[in-house]
Write a protein that binds this ligand. Structure first.
Ligand code: GDP
Length: 462
């Protein structure tokens, strides 16, 4: 993802702070200039970047920080208890650089969350070519693999081939489908499809509407009529990230006519305008709920601003990986979570998780979430799968003591490393990479011990 380039420029800017012997105003100016360059390079609007710079300057007054506060942590960390205390006494709002960058992408409105046991009707709108039809199937697939009963309704009577495209996608993704080749009135099709799926107690009913080349009046009228007829619980606007900053105007145009509750930004897997697209949509205050990162059905990622910023900064996103696995009810997840909550994470547990990732597919996007691996250039699915398989053969040639014991057993013993790699038939570098990947997971488990979990055991946000 090109956004990782933005992430690495930001991470480099922050690393300068860590290397600096003393933090003074000059260093802070350099940091701000670096951040400005990185954001503008990712097409974030000048207006927003100026605002962000102003916020950082105004709120981060080094001279006013109380003595003893770790300035590096204040600048970088999202949460800094020490600084919070300092802030409270000064009656200032909390500020950190990462928090400001995160707020660039944050929206105010809360997205609709489908409820189990109810028919949740989700209407999709967007321009032709935005990726709307593909995203309908991706979202359907997302819910299906999480155990929801999903139905797709095709009421795009405008584009030749829309019916066949959605039907074929639905078959591939094993999702129920309703369409009508003969009927020309999209409102009738929408009503009939939603009625049928509701009668059969489908929980997620996705309605794909027509997309047109541009924002035509007839498109908006049709969209309004369908919305009026099916009364969706959620209306999702699909936008193509290659449109960059222009998306703010596009999203506003749709929001004037239908109640766009949330947005999915597609094609974030390979161009320079990702930052512009995300910040432009966030500026409209409609929450981004998912992002599309490829053409496959499983290349749809839930969007959580803070976790996303962590990920592009190369800090990985273990919370999402664990949550994804939990939601997909993969084997042994309960046991895994219970152990992690106690701060335990062994190589054996990591091996089991990697086997699960292999079962889930979508290695490329998973790799993007693993700390230590997410700085690598985006690999092909095959290359990612191969990397994971190398890790698995390495762990398979370890003894039980190595799999269940402390990582130092391997890390500090080159002879052991050589023996394992000989057994696995891989270069010694792979075991170093494996240790590098393991450590953040183990660290995450240690932190989990201290985390407040939700009533139903859901993950707190990192
Ligand atoms: P629609 O006209 O809005 O329904 O658009 P389609 O769903 O037909 O998608 C248009 C093109 O964009 C197709 O070639 C899709 O495979 C492609 N596409 C959709 N989402 C993504 C994505 O997240 N990444 C990439 N690379 N391509 C996508």
């Amino acid at each position: 993802m090109v956004l990782t380039e933005l992430g690495s420029s930001l991470a480099n800017a922050l690393a300068k702070i860590n290397r600096a012997p003393k933090i003074d105003d000059k260093i802070l100016q350099i940091l701000i200039a670096d951040i400005e360059r990185a954001l503008l390079g990712a097409d974030v609007s000048t207006k927003l970047v100026e605002k962000l710079k102003g916020n950082i300057r105004e709120k981060l007054r080094l001279s006013e920080l109380p003595a003893g506060v770790d300035v590096k942590r204040v600048i970088e960390k999202v949460e800094c208890a020490q600084y919070k205390v300092a802030i409270q006494t000064k009656k200032q709002k909390g500020i950190t650089v990462i928090k400001e960058i995160t707020s660039l992408l944050d929206s105010e409105r809360v997205a609709y969350v489908p409820r189990r046991g109810k028919s949740n009707v989700i209407m999709f709108v967007g321009l032709q070519g935005s990726g709307k039809t593909t995203t309908c199937t991706k979202l359907g697939y997302y819910y299906r693999v999480r155990g929801w009963k999903v139905g797709l309704v095709c009421c795009d009577t405008f584009r030749a081939g829309a019916f066949d495209q959605l039907e074929q996608n639905a078959i591939k993704a094993k999702i129920h489908f309703y369409g009508d080749r003969v009927e020309t009135d999209p409102v009738k099709i929408a009503l009939e499809g939603v009625k049928r799926f509701k009668e059969k107690k489908f929980e997620i009913i996705i309605v794909d509407t027509s997309g047109r080349h541009k924002q035509e009046e007839s498109l908006f009228e049709e969209m309004e009529m369908i919305a009026h007829a099916v009364k969706p619980d959620d209306t999702i606007l699909v936008v193509d990230s290659t449109n960059g900053q222009q998306l703010e105007a596009q999203a506003e145009a749709f929001r004037k006519r239908v109640d766009v509750a949330s947005v999915i930004v597609t094609k974030l897997d390979g161009h320079a305008k990702g930052g512009g697209a995300l910040s432009a949509v966030a500026a409209t205050k409609a929450p981004i709920v998912f992002i599309g990162v490829g053409e496959h059905f499983n290349e749809l990622q839930k969007f959580d601003t803070q976790r996303f910023v962590n990920r592009i900064l190369g800090r990985g996103d273990i919370a999402t990986i664990v949550e994804d696995m939990k939601e997909q009810k993969l084997d042994d997840q309960k046991e895994l979570l219970e152990k992690m909550k106690k701060g335990i994470f062994t190589l054996r547990m990591m091996r089991d998780q990697f086997q699960n990732i292999l079962k889930m597919g979508s290695f490329g996007s998973m790799m993007q979430m693993i700390p230590g691996l997410n700085n690598l250039p985006k690999e092909s699915e095959e290359a990612s799968q191969q990397r994971l398989q190398n890790f698995l053969v390495i762990m398979d040639s370890m003894t039980a003591e190595e799999l269940d014991g402390d990582i130092s057993l391997i890390e500090t013993n080159p002879a052991r490393q050589r023996r394992i790699c000989r057994g696995a038939g891989v270069h010694i570098n792979f075991i170093r990479e494996l240790v590098m990947v393991y450590k953040p997971f183990a660290g995450f488990a240690k932190n989990m011990k201290k985390m407040p979990f939700g009533k139903n055991g859901e993950m707190p946000k990192n």
